[in-house]
Design a protein around this ligand. Structure first.
Ligand SMILES: Cc1cc2nc3c(=O)[nH]c(=O)nc-3n(C[C@H](O)[C@H](O)[C@H](O)COP(=O)(O)O)c2cc1C
Ligand SMILES: [Fe+2]
Ligand SMILES: [Fe+2]
Length: 387
């Protein structure tokens, strides 16, 4: 078991998953992911969430080691998504006297996932309800759509710990040596990004609590500098750019559009842009491209025309941005086509469906970049950087 110290009474029993190929069926996790779970030892014993069924046996061994022969009184379920709820039935069958504590909505979802008859063992809780364990008391705070409808978080008021469900989670197993912000941002934007308003509502409730530790369901336990993490969540959930800079995203069939995008990046650099990422939407990680679109204040999209439409990798990217509520950014468009360029119109239409996205101009390239295109890109760069 991972030797992670939260406190004498609050123990980590989670599991790292380093063999999963795609998290949630689509996200690459080169450094794995952790399914966090906790046990609170007091007069009454509470287990805080279970883990994905990929990790049930390792997790059960961790739980048993911490219980040391005792029996749990409660399983607190903050989220019904299978990466956390996948082992509920196994645990419930192992400890038939254990009560299941979950939001009313989560209680109603239990029979969808499981065959056990848990009805009489479930306690549906509402905003403000509490559960006393002895010295420790859990206060339940509803967090609907962060990022499923049944989600709640639990605040333990004696040790001032927020059990934050998927909030403040991060890709990467707990022993991954990597920057928190990058993988937490990729996780947040892609998984929760659409629900900024709901995250803002939760942050407002959290602001009324004295929080000293955040125990999320993925990634490291946060004990220091909590203002930093809360600040990142405030930025991300309010759709404000995090950094002044540019994402250059391109989708190119034969390479000419890719060349134009790289030339545009050089032009922007020469004009003083310091922070910039370039991504090939057909080859690089799409989730990282989406993350970086949200991170930076400005974006360049460059794509080939394709069958009187838009080359599919760019189409997929822009639709993902729209689905995640992408907004409040300035964008420059570069299209390429050999007989009837159509990519620009398509990109403009998709961007036009987004809230407060300003298209600063569109440059058309016919097959390969010519000197007049470079001139037009210079002007486009100026327009993108204006304001
Ligand atoms: C399958 C396919 C469909 C295409 N459809 C169009 C089109 O509808 N209109 C157009 O102007 N060019 C079309 N093209 C041509 C490319 O958009 C054009 O050659 C462009 O310069 C390619 O840029 P690239 O070098 O970045 O791939 C198509 C090319 C392919 C392979
Ligand atoms: Fe989730
Ligand atoms: Fe999760």
């Amino acid at each position: 078991m991972k030797d992670i110290v939260i406190s004498e009474a609050v123990r980590y029993v989670g599991v790292d998953d380093k063999t999963i190929d795609l998290f949630e069926g689509q996200y690459k996790v080169p450094n794995g992911v952790s399914y966090n779970s906790y046990v609170i030892l007091d007069d009454k014993i509470a287990i805080m969430d279970t883990v994905d069924k990929r990790a049930t046996s390792e997790w059960l061994a961790n739980v048993e080691a911490v219980l040391d022969g005792k029996k749990p009184d409660y399983l607190v379920i903050t989220h019904m998504e299978p990466d956390h709820a996948g082992s509920i039935q196994v645990l419930a069958e192992k400890y038939p006297e254990m009560e299941l504590i979950a939001s009313v909505k989560a209680v109603s979802m239990l029979p969808q996932f499981f065959t056990m008859d848990a009805g009489c063992r479930c306690r549906g809780v509402k905003e403000g309800d509490t559960l006393s364990l002895g010295v420790h008391t859990l206060h339940f705070v509803m967090a609907p759509m962060v990022h499923w409808p049944e989600v709640m978080v639990a605040y333990e008021s004696t040790e001032k710990i927020l059990f934050s469900a998927d909030g403040f989670g991060k890709f990467g197993a707990l022993d991954a040596e990597e920057d928190w912000t990058c993988e937490a941002r990729r996780y947040y934007i892609n998984i929760v990004g659409k629900y900024g308003a709901q995250v803002q509502a939760l942050l407002k409730k959290a602001a009324t609590l004295d929080i000293q530790t955040i125990c999320p369901l993925h990634g490291p336990i946060l004990k220091e500098n909590l203002g930093f993490y809360l600040g990142k969540y405030d930025t991300w959930s309010s759709y404000r750019p995090e950094d002044e800079g540019v994402l250059v995203a391109y989708a190119s069939i034969h390479g000419n559009t890719a060349g134009a995008a790289k030339q545009m990046a050089e032009i922007l650099k020469a004009k003083g842009v310091e922070k910039m990422e370039i991504t090939d939407l057909a080859r690089d990680d799409m989730a990282e491209a989406v993350e970086n679109a949200f991170r930076y204040s400005r974006m360049v999209v460059a794509a080939s025309s394709y069958d009187a439409g838009l080359f599919p990798p760019m189409d997929a990217f822009l639709r993902k941005l729209k689905a995640k509520n992408f907004q409040n950014r300035r964008v420059a468009v570069i299209e390429n086509g050999s007989w009837a360029p159509s990519a620009g119109k398509c990109m403009n239409e998709l961007l036009g469906e987004m809230k407060n996205v300003t298209v600063c101009g569109t440059v058309t390239i016919r097959s390969a970049v010519k000197p007049e295109n470079v001139e037009a890109m210079e002007q486009l760069a100026d327009a993108l950087l204006a304001e």
